[in-house]
Design a protein around this ligand. Structure first.
Ligand code: CO
Length: 496
């Protein structure tokens, strides 16, 4: 057997184990009875450990080295398999298992302390845990290694190939333009009408969400829509990509846009060829590129006027209160801009400012330039400067996100980069498909999906995000397309 084939078999086995763990995870978040928790933790723990042992095994290293010698005749996908396999193997091996185990235990403890601290709006409670997490994360950055900035080592987990300097340049430039733009909208713009008050039955919302998913091209014969406390998408392998959602009976839009968002993630997973999936190349180019696909459908498509010209009758068929509204009114209603304290509830204009703030604080923490006890004050000052609002307490400020308690430093930028990739991809798509608005008005999204499949989905995780971005758009990632998109759209929404 050739070394490449042997490597392929080895990787497929790791993927099988991860997929089994993912099914157990999905079930735990949807249908598992309350008393199943302990058994499930044992099973998922075992499956994850088996996959991890294979990942760090010297055997994997040997197979990779042997396969590297056969690359001259290998396909592009095989070369990517070796490149990504090496990267994953080396990153996982950089941290000694004992150290990692200690870190996981610390984070498990810290997460429950964080929950309590958030409920009581008491940062002091969480502070010592966060300080310890930051120390260990800084240590891990050293173990992993980096060229310029320790934060590079952390970013790499979520955005392969990205650097702190690049992200700083992109997000810094974005922030400079967003802050005055937001002020202009709020001072000079005409705010959109509010969502009508009423009871929006869950079952009707769910049916509407399924309709939206079908419209996008989500394949229900290769997926499902279920309920969960927090919406998520999970790829369980070729032929099985599931989404979940939640419903607020006072407002039908969070669930609808949640469905479009998760549907966007799911279309990406459904579009990765089975062959790549088993080579460890499923899952998308990066967290940011994955988020670009969800944001693309949620915002670029779902919050456009053309979409509402088609979809408005579907909405008012389920909810009569919208019957006399025009598509333009709905379009404006779902694009309301409001500086708020909570990231997950933020609109398109303010969302990235929440991310800029977190990125700046994380970089300083990891560089050792900012102490954990200074966080609340710095947080509140930045909120005032960027968004003009100040949290009344730390629960609505520095304690709001789960990420730091889980040790996930370097994750936040992916959310903002996702928005930027989405806008840059949309500009390229519009150049290729000039009749896009006309198609959307007719409810024809098929050309959009084919374009995304052809340019992005079919490559899975073969390329680094910036390589993919250049392949798709001819340019490196930049904040300009996103800013152009905001200016054009919100001039219409706010009648500037
Ligand atoms: Co997402």
């Amino acid at each position: 057997m050739s070394a490449l084939l042997e490597l392929k078999n080895y990787i497929a086995e790791m993927v099988e184990l991860s997929a089994a763990a993912a099914i157990a995870y999905w079930d735990a978040r949807t249908y598992m009875p309350a008393r199943g928790v302990e058994t499930r933790a044992r099973i998922t723990g075992k499956l994850s450990r088996l996959a991890f042992e294979r990942l760090i095994s010297p055997k994997f290293g040997e197979l990779l080295a042997a396969a590297e010698k056969e690359l001259a005749e290998a396909s592009e996908a095989e070369r990517a398999m070796v490149r990504m396999g090496k990267r994953d193997h080396e990153r996982a091996r950089a941290i000694p298992p004992d150290f990692y185990q200690k870190f996981v235990e610390l984070c498990t403890k810290a997460e429950s302390v964080w929950e309590k601290a958030k409920a009581e709006a008491n940062f002091a409670l969480f502070k010592p845990y966060l300080a310890e997490i930051v120390d260990m994360v800084r240590e891990m950055a050293k173990m992993i290694g980096y060229k310029e900035h320790p934060y590079d080592a952390l970013l790499e987990e979520y955005e392969p190939g990205m650097t702190t300097a690049r992200v700083g340049e992109i997000l810094g430039g974005l922030r400079e333009k967003l802050v005055p733009f937001l002020r202009e909208l709020l001072e000079r713009g005409t705010p959109p009408p509010p969502v009508p008050e009423g009871k929006y039955r869950k079952e009707s919302q769910k049916a509407l969400c399924a309709e939206a998913l079908r419209l996008m091209g989500y394949d229900f014969s290769a997926g499902r829509l279920d309920d969960s406390a927090h919406p998520f998408t999970i790829g369980l392998g070729p032929g099985d990509t599931r989404v979940t959602n939640r419903y607020n009976e006072e407002d039908p839009f969070p669930a609808l846009f949640g469905a479009l968002h998760e549907g966007g993630h799911a279309l990406y997973d459904q579009g990765v060829p089975a062959e790549l999936y088993w080579m460890g190349l499923g899952g998308g180019a990066s967290y940011g590129v994955h988020e670009s696909q969800s944001r693309f459908w949620e915002n670029q498509i779902g919050r456009s006027l053309a979409f509402w010209e088609f979809f408005k009758p579907k909405l008012s068929r389920r909810f009569r209160v919208f019957a006399r509204k025009t598509p333009e009114e709905i379009f404006r209603m779902v694009n309301k801009v409001e500086p708020s304290l909570i990231r997950v509830e933020a609109d398109e204009v303010t969302y990235n400012l929440h991310i800029c703030l977190r990125f700046e604080l994380e970089v300083e923490l990891i560089a050792g330039k900012l102490k954990v006890e200074e966080l609340p004050e710095r947080w509140n000052a930045a909120m005032k400067e960027y968004l003009g609002v100040v949290p009344p307490d730390d629960a609505k400020g520095v304690l709001q996100d789960v990420h730091w308690s889980g040790g996930s430093f370097g994750y936040f930028p992916s959310y903002a980069l996702g928005n930027l990739y989405a806008a840059q991809f949309m500009e390229a798509l519009r150049a290729d498909l000039p009749d896009l608005p006309e198609n959307l008005r007719k409810g024809n999204t098929a050309p959009v999906l084919s374009w995304l499949r052809e340019r992005i989905h079919r490559f899975g995780r073969m390329y680094f995000p910036e390589e993919l971005c250049e392949k798709v758009t001819g340019e490196k990632l930049s904040a300009e397309p996103f800013l152009r998109y905001l200016r054009e759209k919100y001039a219409q929404v706010y009648r500037l």
